[in-house]
Ligand binder design. Structure first.
Ligand code: HEC
Length: 150
């Protein structure tokens, strides 16, 4: 009996969270949530990189983990800004869809920098990783200035 009640309570909790999940999916667009999640992951790895690169010594092995993390995140962006994904809770500016070549170029710049950073980290070159990190951080910022609302 107790078990049945516990199960019923659990089932209710699952149903509620499923409903909450659907409400969230409706209020936002899955494509938007996907790209925002990817950018958050990239930002988390950038924070890890910044602190390791700033420290003397530090957990250098983790440089590869974080550098690969940024690269893998970018590789999973996919078609993150299809037409129509300007509708919902997004900070994407409208010019993403009107200045597509410029936007794609900004993405390519960041991706190229992420590849260079992953290679430098893999080679155990802290100074080169730091340089690549700065280039990448500049590429993130450049795109945000042009294509992301404050
Ligand atoms: C090609 C352009 C571009 C590049 C490059 C780029 N971003 Fe962004 N970023 C955006 C846009 C556009 C948004 C807004 C997405 C939305 O709200 O739909 C965004 C959103 C974000 C967000 C907020 C996510 C959220 O919680 O909603 C973070 C954090 C972020 N970017 C970090 C980064 C970092 C770190 C890098 C570099 C490693 C980076 N971005 C590179 C365009 C870019």
């Amino acid at each position: 009996m107790i078990k049945t009640l516990a199960f019923a309570a659990l089932a209710t909790a699952v149903t509620l969270s499923a409903a909450a999940f659907e409400a969230r999916a409706e209020e936002n667009n899955a494509t938007i949530l996907h790209r925002q999640g990817i950018y958050k992951v990239a930002a988390g790895h950038m924070t890890g990189l910044r602190s390791i690169l700033a420290a003397k010594g530090g957990p250098v092995d983790n440089l590869t983990y974080h550098a690969n993390g940024v690269l893998t995140a970018f590789q999973h962006l996919g078609d993150a800004f299809p037409p129509g994904s300007d509708k919902g809770e997004t900070k994407a500016k409208d010019n993403i869809w009107t200045e597509r070549a410029k936007f794609d170029k900004a993405g390519k710049n960041a991706y190229t920098a992420a590849v260079a950073m992953a290679e430098a980290a893999k080679a155990g070159e802290k100074a080169e990783t730091r340089d690549a990190f700065k280039t990448l951080a500049g590429a993130c910022k450049a795109c945000h200035e042009d294509f992301r609302k404050d």
